[in-house]
Ligand binder design. Structure first.
Ligand SMILES: O=C(O)CCC(=O)C(=O)O
Ligand SMILES: [Fe+2]
Length: 315
């Protein structure tokens, strides 16, 4: 039996001028994946393989440093999210540590001095991931049948985008949670994982492993797209399961939204087609704050974790 997996989309037709040929197939695949469960992967996306490999290697070197060394870049406090080095609180079910960066040039950023090339590689990776963020947003715009550039204009400020380098510790004998089951709050997420594996996505109530493949980037739709489309596109449910012995390293790029934006189901998916909105509107930064609290003060009861259902309207 063939192992179930998520679809792979070749992004090259979208990166070249005047190439219409294979776009249709890609649009169909992405529309189907996003309507059902919100996950797919991309190849020929323009992010250099060499850069991806370098980033993973430098990340390994960085996270191997002592806590004292890593804590030198503890988060700057006034940022919308804690930029710099953080570790999940001890009582959190999530067992990972991470380095979070905003776009190169952002005043919030605190970069490690060592390894010496890390900053340059993080900045370059950010720029390249950001480019596919914009390309993918445009593709999703088309998949949703929105007017050209609608999402681009709605989400024109890139300063809230962020990227995390993550390290998941090896599993212990009795416990293997890397990140508990969740959906991402932002617009579109891109994951670059090493060869260890452990990312799983929920499809038809079945957990599907996203098998690592060199050069491949995993894409998932987040809550903002789910709300705007009134749940036409699904925010993907996923988790990371830790393996024994080895640490797992990944980079996650969040194509995000300015916190001052108001988010609510678009008329194209409600009034104009006679459907009731499934969410009430909210200020994006309020939701991002609530989600940050989930992380910094993990509720002891799973039902107290805030999800997008917090803004849900029962229909
Ligand atoms: O590390 C990964 O593969 C996924 C991380 C993730 O789901 C997240 O940070 O939201
Ligand atoms: Fe996630």
């Amino acid at each position: 039996m063939v192992e179930p997996t998520i679809p792979t989309v070749d992004l090259s037709p979208f990166l070249k001028e005047n190439e219409h040929g294979n776009k249709k197939k890609a649009i169909e695949t992405i529309t189907k994946a996003c309507s059902e469960y919100g996950f797919f992967q991309i190849v020929n996306h323009g992010v250099s393989l060499d850069l991806m490999k370098q980033a993973i290697e430098l990340s390994k070197t960085f996270f191997d440093y002592s806590d004292e060394e890593k804590n030198k870049i503890s988060p700057s406090s006034n940022a919308p999210l804690p930029a710099g080095y953080s570790r999940q609180p001890l009582h959190s079910p999530d067992k990972n540590e991470y380095l979070l960066v905003f776009p190169p040039g952002s005043n919030f950023n605190v970069y490690p001095k060592n390894p010496s090339k890390f900053r340059e590689v993080l900045e370059e990776l950010f720029v390249q991931m950001s480019k596919i963020g914009v390309v993918m947003e445009n593709i999703i715009n088309e998949c949703l049948g929105l007017p050209p550039n609608f999402l681009k204009e709605f989400n024109h400020d890139r300063s809230w985008d962020f990227m995390a380098a993550l390290r998941y510790f090896p599993a212990s004998n009795d416990e293997n949670v890397g990140i508990t089951e969740h959906e991402d709050g932002n617009c579109i997420t891109f994951v670059l994982q090493d060869e260890v594996g452990g990312l799983q996505v929920l499809r038809n109530e079945e957990w599907i492993p996203v098998v690592p493949a060199e050069g491949t980037i995993v894409v998932n739709v987040g809550d903002v797209i789910q709300v705007l489309s009134n749940k036409k596109f699904k925010s993907a449910t996923h988790k990371v399961v830790r393996k024994g012995e080895k640490s797992r390293y990944s980079f996650v790029f969040f194509h995000n939204l300015n916190g001052e934006k108001w988010v609510e189901p678009l008329p194209q998916f409600t009034k104009e087609i006679g459907e009731a909105p499934k969410y009430r509107g909210f200020l994006y930064k309020e939701y991002q704050q609530l989600r940050l609290r989930n992380k910094t003060h993990p509720p002891s009861r799973p039902e107290d974790v805030i999800h997008i259902s917090h803004y849900g309207i029962d229909t």
